[in-house]
Design a protein around this ligand. Structure first.
Ligand code: CP3
Length: 343
């Protein structure tokens, strides 16, 4: 709730030790997650069954006492809400019916977002009712560029060449897709907030694939429009943006979009970020997830280095990207001890 340390940091307070949560804190590295996951016929059904999604959201909170919970769902689910086919095949991640034609962009149905995704909002409300009151609930969505990558490419990857060629070869048509996704994301996040989410994170996992002008057009501007619409309705709602791989384009990103906090990936130099980013926004991050697999003294030293480098401004401790399935659960307990001990 508004009194939590996590919310205070997002609002600009400098706290020692920093509040902490981890991207993908609910996931396959936890045995209790695997047990809950096996009760659903597939991953989409899992995300859309409030009883199971509530349980998955709460598991890492019960086990570790993080300062914030993140709604258990998945990024491409908004495409399903807009009427697109979405499927998960084991070991492959999301598979979508790729968008190729104008008619498919025009057919994206804003009217079905709130009805098809109602279980997500029920999950948010159910989690909020069960969370300890000083643990904040984070709602989330993919930023339009990253969601468009999946919708155009039809599946995950690291290059998204089909999506980039679509954007570069027919920018006006690509704008129409992005505009539709901006509208859908506003509806989707507003409903999460109405249901009980107290802060929002926008994941632009593939923003690092775009050159500067395209980054401004399809990452900065859509995120700015979403934040401005959400804040018009919820003036005190903190928004965390994650333009992953943005590098030097992080400078000025918070000012240009209105984001209260920026998630840093593991490659962001912290002296630079403390000067250019943290002066205007809270920063979240940025331990390399592979250091959490390794654990021990190397991890602890790096956690302390990150804390010291970001101690001069508002900071929420997190990884630089999501937890990977190979993480031993006891390493997460070690991470928390190193984040919370006096240094
Ligand atoms: O704990 C949490 O962080 C909350 C839930 C959450 C998931 N995905 C659950 C999930 C969140 C916030 C996401 C975001 C997400 N999903 C992103 C943005 C962050 C990032 O990683 O860059 C992206 C790009 C996706 C798309 C996605 N979902 C991929 C590429 C995959 C396959 C890779 C993988 O890890 O399996 C997923 C599946 C997924 N999303 C799982 C989970 C727990 C694993 C599914 C399973 O249990 O089999």
């Amino acid at each position: 709730m508004t009194g939590s340390r996590f919310m205070s940091a997002l609002r600009g307070e400098v706290l020692d030790p920093p509040p902490v949560w981890l991207m993908r804190q609910a996931g396959r590295y936890l045995p209790e997650y695997r047990a809950t996951r096996s009760k659903a016929p597939g991953f989409l059904a899992f995300c859309l069954t409030p009883e199971l999604a509530i349980e998955a959201t709460l598991q890492p909170i019960r086990r570790y006492g993080f300062d914030a919970a993140i709604l258990f769902s998945d990024l491409p689910i908004l495409a399903y809400g807009l009427g697109r086919a979405l499927d998960y095949r084991d070991g492959e991640g999301p598979v979508l019916d790729p968008i190729t034609r104008d008619a498919e962009i025009d057919a994206l149905d804003l009217d079905t977002v709130l009805t098809k995704l109602k279980p997500v909002f029920e999950t948010a409300a159910g989690v909020r009712a069960e969370l300890p009151k000083d643990t904040a609930l984070i709602g989330f969505a993919g930023a339009p560029w990253t969601l468009a990558c999946y919708m155009v490419q039809g599946k995950g990857g690291h290059e998204f060449v089909v999506a980039r060629r679509f954007a570069f070869s027919d920018p006006l048509r690509f704008d129409r897709l992005i505009d539709r996704l901006v509208e859908a994301t506003i509806l989707y996040l507003d409903a999460q907030v109405e249901a009980g989410a107290e802060a929002i994170q926008l994941f632009d996992s593939w923003s690092g694939l775009l050159p500067e002008m395209a980054f401004r057009r399809w990452c900065v501007d859509p995120v700015r429009r979403i934040i401005s619409a959400l804040k018009a309705k919820h003036p005190d709602l903190p928004v965390i943006a994650f333009p992953r791989g943005a590098g030097a384009l992080l400078q000025g990103f918070a000012e240009a979009t209105g984001a209260d906090a920026l998630q840093l990936d593991a490659s962001t130099p912290l002296g630079w970020a403390a000067h250019w980013v943290q002066s205007n926004a809270c920063v979240q991050g940025n331990l390399d997830p592979q250091l959490l697999v390794v654990g021990g003294a190397v991890m602890r030293d790096e956690i302390h280095r990150i804390r010291r480098a970001l101690a001069g401004g508002p900071h929420v401790f997190n990884l630089g990207h999501g937890i990977v399935p190979e993480v031993p659960p006891e390493h997460v307990a070690e991470l928390l001890a190193a984040v919370r001990e006096p240094i």
